[in-house]
Design a protein around this ligand. Structure first.
Ligand code: SF4
Ligand code: SF4
Ligand code: FES
Length: 336
């Protein structure tokens, strides 16, 4: 049995396996204390450490060495120590720094939400609402790119890319041949294929699902509808592809299946990767065994007006986090 360590995140104690990252420890608590993660993806080895949205404050290093860490750390890359104390939503310093990270991510980002297929399920859009400024302070011209067709089913709109590398790891680890990657460095970095190589692989469509923004989109769904007008339904089929789970979400508009995606968990991550045949070629209800309406987070715009029963909001954790924040404020104000 692996060794257990105790960590306190925003006043909530959790016991996790030694070697767990702060982010995953927070995910075990759930709710508001979980830092946002734009590049880390639990199913992709090596992911994380790129975007800095998951930064937290380590106010106590461990029981053995209680000194705080000198600067904010990426929670997806920092492992917990026994007795560690971490602040996320209870630290104004973290919230301010995260707002700065979001501002940075948006520096070159276009104001495309009204026409972007990712709108309504975009993590950058959510972050901008939560931490973003009303207007940009950036005075220079934004960098722009031509759209690139990566095969006949996927389109890359590089203007919206935040260089999280998830699609690169997906192509590396889920497909058997990667033909795209991050080219160039610094302000010239871009996701690209050499001479627009077609990504021809049974699992290439998964790059669409892992992309946290609208940079990689499904051409068979582009501009067909806004996601919040569609109704997601869990379904499965017996798929012949060895690595494909055959478990999907069908996105209905009336009787028509407009798109097929892998199912996602509460953190917006794919539960099981699916093959291109399930994703692009099976768009009839008769192809699938329907299960139930997909569970939608109560905060998601996709759930608006669809269902009566939602997963309850994680009120208890929120209250605990608030209690912790109040306690800290009280301690501060009573310090001599
Ligand atoms: S990627 Fe997200 S934030 Fe960017 S335009 Fe699309 S919906 Fe808006
Ligand atoms: S295209 Fe999407 S998944 Fe790939 S690096 Fe850019 S934002 Fe990340
Ligand atoms: S999620 Fe941790 S740095 Fe991106």
């Amino acid at each position: 049995m692996s060794e257990k360590v105790k960590v306190v995140i925003d006043g909530i104690t959790v016991e996790v396996d030694a070697g767990t990252t702060i982010l995953n420890a927070a995910r075990q608590i759930g709710g508001e204390v979980v830092p946002p993660a734009m590049c880390y993806y639990s199913k992709l080895a090596g992911s994380g450490g790129k975007c800095r949205t998951c930064i937290v404050k380590v106010s106590k290093g461990s029981e053995k060495d209680p000194r705080p860490m000198p600067k904010l750390v990426a929670s997806c890359r920092t492992t917990v120590m026994d007795g560690m104390e971490v602040q996320n939503i209870t630290s104004p310093e973290v919230l301010k720094a995260r707002a700065g990270v979001v501002e940075m991510l948006l520096i070159n980002h276009p104001l495309d939400c009204p026409v972007c297929d990712q709108a309504g399920e975009c993590h950058l859009q959510d972050l901008s609402y939560e931490h973003g400024l009303q207007q940009t302070r950036y005075e220079f011209e934004r960098r722009t790119f031509d759209r690139i067709d990566i095969g006949d089913k996927i389109q890359l709109h590089m203007n919206r890319c935040i260089l999280c590398y998830r699609c690169v790891y997906t192509a590396d680890q889920i497909t058997d041949k990667r033909v795209h990657g991050v080219l160039n460095r610094g302000d010239h970095s871009e996701i690209s294929t050499y001479i627009q190589n077609v990504v021809e692989n049974d699992f290439s469509g998964n790059v669409i699902d892992v992309c946290p923004v609208g940079a990689l989109t499904d051409k068979t769904f582009r501009f067909k509808n806004r996601v919040w007008f569609t109704k997601p339904v869990d379904a499965h089929r017996n798929c012949n592809h060895e690595k494909c789970s055959g478990k999907v979400t069908l996105w209905y508009k009336g009787e028509d299946v407009l798109r097929v995606t892998a199912r996602k968990d509460q953190f917006g991550e794919v539960e099981d990767f699916i093959c291109n045949e399930c994703r692009f070629d099976k768009k009839k209800t008769a192809d699938w065994t329907l299960e139930k309406p997909t569970e939608i987070e109560p905060t998601s715009v996709i759930g608006s007006n669809h269902y009566d029963t939602f997963k309850p909001l994680p009120v208890i954790n929120e209250n605990l986090a608030l209690q912790a924040a109040n306690k800290r404020e009280l301690e501060k104000s009573t310090k001599i």
